[in-house]
Design a binder for this molecule. Sequence first.
Ligand code: NAD
Length: 321
Amino acid sequence: MKKTLVLGAGGFIGSHLVKRLKSEGNWVRGVDLKFPRFAETHADDFAIGDLRDPAFVREIIDQRFDEVYQLAADMGGAGYIFTGENDANVMHNSATINLNVLDIAYKRNVKRIFYSSSACIYPEYNQLDPDNPKCSEDSAYPAAPDSEYGWEKLFSERLYLAYGRNHGMEPRIARYHNIFGPEGSWNDGKEKAPAAICRKVALAKGGDDIEIWGDGKQTRSFLYVDECLNGTTRLLRSSETGPFNIGSEEMVTINQLVDIVADIAGKKIGKHHISGPTGVRGRNSDNRLIEEKLGWSPSDSLRTGLEKTYGWIEQQVRANH
Ligand code: NAD
């Protein structure tokens, strides 16, 4: 039985990852500031504490784990990352977590460690045209992320790579592109576009307008959480370091995303465009490298994932209103 450690196990992707690792028969320790919000954790052991505190990190990395997944970060959707109000916290908190975790993991002789970076590291200058964003892994430099969140991720990628080069660790780095699914933030200010749109559509009556930030012509791709976990575990268990994009190449405008959700809900929904934080104009995953090196690509359509997510959010809306 493998011993695995999931940092950020109370969060959206982390709580799904714990379930996945358990279903594979591993022993799992989860760590977070909080338990998962929407379901009981499946972890064998769950430690509540603050990874900014090195003494706590020494307590939870008390042995040599076979697999460590570092997902803990101070993060949220556009309403959290792009307003500027949380910049100092985002940078300080996430960088401190990564500095602590990596150094203590190294001293405990942990070798294999997964780090979840983000598509937000890609330069804004390559993402101005909504129809042709460039996000190949080698386009990260010269660096110009459009948020401090992206800059911290880029710094931490480099930190993991440096521990690999200098200390014999085996970092595995993914750049996630907009992961979505059930049991994630949907109404607490940290939700991202798919969850926010599912909530707005679930609350609307047929014929209503819902509010959309910006003109809705900005493009993105969205990856369902189960697909993200397939890519994540495949990368961690491979001999490749990365960074690799883990995302979908099915690019849509935010307006199209609304139309798909409205169709799933069986409602006629109009759009009222208002000003709001939107991030870069266009972004899409580029999976050529991960397909070539790891044979990974998503298997389901955006709509399939949205159907599952909408069903869950509609239940939450019903239970809360
Ligand atoms: P999330 O916010 O749901 O999970 C992060 C977890 O980290 C939270 O549960 C939070 O409580 C925990 N955490 C924060 N500070 C902590 C601290 N000081 N000590 C202990 N725990 C702490 O986010 P998520 O969507 O599950 O994302 C997981 C990882 O993937 C993050 O690193 C995120 O930056 C990265 N990522 C996510 C996406 C996405 O679309 N969800 C995209 C790109 C990158």
